[in-house]
Design a protein around this ligand. Structure first.
Ligand code: ADP
Length: 450
């Protein structure tokens, strides 16, 4: 653009100089005839003196325009041959330059490859003069071309040509190696990044799991210790009561041997229960994930054994116990089952502490529903608060003041875990008209093909 603009301005200057010099000796001396030798783009210099006429009427029109504008004006353009005329009106002579555009371009300093892909043209209105053909965008398959276009008017008012450059590219010219290399590099970098991130995430997860595992183990240890205290406290207390009672009975005169023997048998049963609990806890510590040994146990038989153990307490509190329903053979770990029943009935007994002596009743029902053996423990106590209900089975949830019984809040959570380990469940609800009902369900033995 700069080079062509310079040439255009140069042509303006040539004409201006010619008009300015207008030789004094008239038509005889024609220095302009030597111009084509100096300026290769100037093919010919035309001159009109005085009353002469231009060979082409169009030149006259251009001269009129030049006179009006006070500078050179564009004359006829011959796009086919790549030539145009530039006219400058003067007195007494007017001049015109016929210019060959191909020679106007200083090819030696031209910055583009002449047979390269860039198309260069000069445009004026509808006329197009091609400087170099390049390869046109239209020649490419549609949709697979990309192109660059440049368009700017020459910086010479007398020659209002637009210089247009365009470069089309198609798939064949695209830098496939570079693109492929870059894609591979990007993919590898992304993969490395993702891998790194995954590694970090995995390491973090491993550390977190370890931490959670340790906390869980500590919690489990704490729960186990608490559970042990809870489970052993009751048989030990009962053992103490029975042996003290036996001692008193023996001190009687005459000693009440039969009662003393019964009290000692109770004490022995409680001691056995304590030993069973310890054995079960030890098994849990040694093989925490082992499924407990299952046997076919009749809920009604297990219930009778537990009631027998709790009989002294039931009698002491004056509780009316009614056992309903038939027998129901379930699949269970007998020690765990006994522990659950002991806890549920123990809680029911405790709940009756504040109930007037005549109203203390306990209803125990054994039944079978939907392939499950069900034990319902229903008391006539105060029942369960609506706010407490959702938290009953959470460890350490208790409403009992510490002085009143154990009050560790571990009994029900332990029972629920035990029930779940035997593929059973434990639920609680407020009973009607009053009191609480706890329901233990366990898979019926025959439903498992035993
Ligand atoms: P703890 O007996 O040590 O408090 P539990 O887990 O056995 O722990 O019981 C949690 C709570 O559930 C008790 O504090 C009590 O509020 C409530 N609860 C349990 N059984 C009964 C029941 N039969 N009647 C009313 N509330 C009960």
């Amino acid at each position: 653009h700069r080079l062509l603009s310079q040439r255009a301005v140069q042509q303006e200057a040539i004409l201006a100089t010619l008009v300015l010099l207008h030789p004094a000796d008239g038509a005889s001396s024609r220095p302009e005839s030597r111009l084509p030798a100096v300026y290769p783009q100037v093919l010919a210099v035309l001159r009109r003196d005085g009353a002469e006429r231009w060979p082409d009427a169009a030149l006259q029109t251009s001269e009129d325009r030049s006179r009006g504008a006070g500078r050179a004006a564009l004359g006829p353009i011959d796009a086919a041959s790549g030539q145009y005329t530039l006219v400058r009106a003067g007195e007494p002579s007017s001049f015109a330059l016929r210019i060959d555009i191909q020679r106007m371009v200083p090819w030696d300093t031209w910055p583009l490859a002449r047979d390269g892909p860039v198309r260069a043209e000069l445009r004026h209105d509808t006329r197009v003069i091609v400087l170099q053909p390049g390869s046109t965008v239209e020649a490419r398959p549609a949709g697979l071309t990309a192109g660059f276009r440049f368009s700017k008017a020459l910086d010479a008012a007398s020659q209002p040509f637009d210089l247009q450059l365009q470069r089309a590219t198609g798939p064949a010219e695209w830098p496939w190696h570079w693109l492929a290399g870059w894609s591979l590099f990007s993919a590898a970098a992304l993969a490395a990044l993702a891998g790194g991130r995954r590694g970090i995430r995995e390491r973090r997860r491993a550390v977190e799991l370890l931490r959670v595992g340790q906390v869980a183990r500590l919690n489990a240890m704490g729960e186990l210790a608490g559970g042990m205290a809870h489970e052993l406290n009751q048989p030990l207390a009962a053992l103490l009561t029975s042996t003290q009672a036996a001692g008193r009975l023996l001190d009687d005169d005459p000693p009440a041997l039969a009662e003393a023997r019964r009290a000692m048998a109770q004490a022995a049963a409680q001691a056995r229960r304590a030993a069973d609990v310890v054995a079960r806890l030890r098994r849990l510590v040694e093989a925490p994930d082992a499924t407990p040994p299952r046997q076919v146990v009749d809920l009604a038989v297990a219930l009778r054994a537990v009631l027998e153990l709790l009989e002294p307490e039931i009698r002491r509190c004056g509780i009316q116990v009614s056992v309903e329903g038939g027998s129901s053979a379930v699949n269970a770990d007998p020690v765990a089952l006994e522990q659950i029943m002991h806890n549920l009935i123990g809680n029911a007994i405790k709940s009756l502490d504040d109930v007037p002596a005549g109203d203390r009743s306990l209803t125990l029902t054994v039944s079978a529903e939907n392939g499950q053996g069900v034990l319902s423990v229903c008391d006539s106590g105060p029942g369960i608060d609506a706010e407490a209900l959702p938290h009953l089975f959470e460890p350490f949830f208790t409403t009992r003041p510490n002085g009143q019984g154990v009050g560790l809040g571990l009994g029900l959570s332990l029972c629920e875990s035990l029930a779940q380990r035997m593929a059973g469940s434990l639920s609680a609800r407020h009973a009607t008209p009053r009191g609480a009902e706890f329901r233990l369900t366990l898979p019926l033995a025959h439903s498992q093909g035993l």
